[in-house]
Design a protein around this ligand. Structure first.
Ligand SMILES: [Zn+2]
Length: 213
C-alpha cells in the first residue's frame, strides 16, 4: 500500500526531491497526474476556476500529444505543467538511460522544469540524472483516487486529514480516478477555503530548499 503521507525516513532517503513547499503562507499545491484526459481535465479546470484555484498538471507525454488543445487550455488558465514521462514509465523497471529518454520525449510536449515520477517510483540514479534538468516533485498527501478499492469518501478524508500549509497534494485527472475525483475535489476545495487556504500552481522555475518534514 502506498502511504498517504510519506514517512520521514522515505523523505530522508531521497534528498533533493520536493515533498512539500515552504509553509510560510496558508497555501496548498494541488497536483493532477496522468492527463490531459478529455473526459476529466475540462471538468477539473472548471472546478478549479469556480474556487479561484491554480494547480499543477503532470502530463503524460502521449496524452499531451493527442490533446494539444487541452494542454493549451491548462496553460492559458494560469496553471503549471509538469512532465510525467512520455509513456508513464515505472522507474523501477526501466534503465536510467531509457527513463531519461522517455522524459526527454515528453519534454518536447510539456516544456517545463517540473517532473514527477509515475507511481512515485524512481531510482537514485534516475533521480540524480533528472535533477540536472528538473525539480523532481513528490507529494505530502495522496488522495488515493487512482485506487478503485478506496471509497470516494476515503479519498476526501485522506486529503483533508493530511493537508497542511505548503502541502503538495496528489489527484489524478484520469478515467480511472474520475468517480472518486469528482466526489472528493469539490468538497475538499470547499472545506479548505473555509479553513482559509488558497491554492497555487507550483512555480515552474523553482529554486527552493526542499522541505524534509
Ligand atoms: Zn501517473
Amino acid at each position: 500500500m502506498v502511504p498517504v503521507r510519506p514517512p520521514a525516513l522515505m523523505r530522508l532517503f531521497w534528498p533533493g526531491l520536493l515533498w512539500r513547499m515552504p509553509a510560510h503562507h496558508r497555501t496548498l499545491y494541488l497536483t493532477f497526474d496522468d492527463g490531459p484526459t478529455p473526459e476529466v481535465t475540462p471538468w477539473v479546470l472548471d472546478t478549479l476556476r469556480e474556487h479561484d484555484a491554480r494547480g499543477t498538471f503532470f502530463l503524460v507525454g502521449s496524452n499531451a500529444e493527442i490533446h494539444p488543445a487541452l494542454v493549451q487550455r491548462i496553460r492559458s488558465e494560469g496553471h503549471a505543467i509538469g512532465n510525467h514521462t512520455y509513456s508513464h514509465l515505472n522507474g523501477w523497471r526501466a534503465t536510467a538511460r531509457d527513463y531519461s529518454a522517455d522524459a526527454d520525449r515528453a519534454q518536447a510536449l510539456t516544456g517545463t522544469r517540473l517532473f514527477r515520477p509515475p507511481y512515485g517510483r524512481i531510482t537514485r540514479r534516475q533521480s540524480a540524472e533528472l535533477r540536472k534538468r528538473f525539480t523532481v516533485v513528490m507529494w505530502d498527501a495522496l488522495s488515493m483516487d487512482f485506487d478503485a478499492r478506496v471509497a470516494p469518501e476515503a479519498c476526501l478524508h485522506n486529503v483533508l486529514k493530511h493537508a497542511r500549509a505548503g502541502s503538495i497534494i496528489v489527484f489524478h485527472d484520469s478515467r480511472k480516478a474520475e468517480m472518486r475525483l469528482r466526489h472528493a475535489l469539490p468538497l475538499a476545495l470547499q472545506a479548505w477555503r473555509e479553513q482559509g487556504y488558497r491554492f497555487a500552481a507550483l512555480p515552474e522555475e523553482m529554486c527552493i530548499t526542499p522541505q524534509r518534514r
